[in-house]
Design a protein around this ligand. Structure first.
Ligand code: HPA
Ligand code: ZN
Length: 336
């Protein structure tokens, strides 16, 4: 019996390109780190924390996400967070992950930048032992000002060989990409690739700004591109990857339910779509949970899922040798 389309999609090797490491903090780890660091979380237990994950929009999520990050204090905390994620990703046949971190969430609490980066890179080293390769992407918080981003970039400079790219996240509405035009010009002068969250809650015009002003190589989310045919046509023409996060979009009410998601319209238009988990501890699951939810709604065939995996490799920053090896591994699963 050949694998069903769902079995195939879960089993196929793939890359995850839109994942916030702070968004992988599961309640059990949050309480374990709180105990380890002598911190009292504002929730009685894991069940109470879980019950707080009833979001109405992006901001309602971000408020909880930033509050929970307070338990992350030491290098070991960041390493444990990273290795826990990479173990879960590995179980879902993720072979490569390009991972966001939000240094400002930590440095604002007095955690040194170096503590964060050293801890995360130690976790990435443990992930390599499992066979999962990874990259680190520094995200600037767009609700903060340009001066804050400049200060963060200055702190990042001694660690540039451990930072593979730069991104832009947090509250999108009212914070257009152009707010950080000069900071990202400097980032590009360092020779680092740029990505940006755009077209999640913000309008399609923010996608255009991310491309034209920041020179973003990928658009994180981008799901509102379907509202402007010219923007969607451009994304297709220029082969700009979209890192789509289906469960996130439904949980944050970008779409009322999965069947209303713009994914089929993006795919039909020929966009370079990838599937990702964003903040899996908050949105109901990791890579294969997203795949199950999408498959439940859209019943894609195996060829469509294989294309999603190929897109994830093509959109990644991995070397040609690694990408070719994963493509071969994918073909072996296609033959199953
Ligand atoms: N959007 C914006 N900022 C974020 C997100 C997101 O989906 N996840 C974590 N920070
Ligand atoms: Zn995100």
């Amino acid at each position: 019996m050949p694998l069903s389309a769902l079995e195939f999609a879960c089993r196929m090797p793939k890359a995850e390109l839109h994942l916030h490491i702070e968004g992988t903090l599961e309640p059990d780890l949050a309480f374990r780190l709180a105990r380890r660091n002598g911190i009292t979380l504002p929730y009685a237990d894991e069940k109470a924390l879980h019950a707080a994950k009833n979001f109405t929009d992006l901001q309602s999520f971000l408020d909880l996400y930033y509050a929970c990050a307070d338990v992350l204090r030491s290098e070991e905390d960041f390493a444990d967070l990273m290795s826990a994620y990479l173990e879960r990703a590995h179980a879902d046949h993720v072979v490569h992950a390009e991972i966001f971190f939000d240094p400002q969430t930590h440095t604002a609490r007095g955690i040194p930048f170096g503590t964060v980066v050293r801890g995360l890179t130690e976790g990435m080293r443990r992930g390599r032992d499992l066979g999962v390769s990874s990259r680190l992407i520094l995200c600037f918080l767009r609700h903060l000002g340009e001066a804050d981003a400049w200060a963060t970039l200055a702190e990042a400079e001694p660690y540039l060989d451990q930072i593979d790219g730069f991104g832009l996240d947090s509250s999108e509405r009212g914070h257009p990409p152009a707010k950080f035009a000069r900071v990202f010009a400097r980032v590009r002068a360092f020779g680092k690739p740029v990505v940006a969250h755009a077209g999640e809650e913000g309008p399609p015009a923010y996608i255009v700004e991310a491309l034209d002003v920041l020179n973003a190589r990928r658009i994180d989310h981008g799901v509102r591109a379907v509202e402007d045919p010219a923007v969607l046509a451009r994304l297709v023409r220029e082969r700009v990857p979209l890192t789509v996060c289906p469960l996130s979009n439904v949980r944050l009410c970008v779409f009322p339910n999965m069947t209303a998601h713009s994914l089929p319209r993006l795919l039909d238009a020929g966009a370079l779509v990838t599937i990702n988990s964003d903040d899996p501890a908050y949105f109901g699951g990791y890579m294969n949970d997203n795949i199950r939810a999408v498959q439940d709604a859209f019943k894609w065939d195996r060829a469509t899922w294989a294309q999603i995996a190929r897109n994830s490799f093509a959109a990644s920053w991995a070397g040609a040798g690694d990408r070719a090896r994963w493509e071969r591994d994918l073909e072996a699963v296609v033959a199953m």
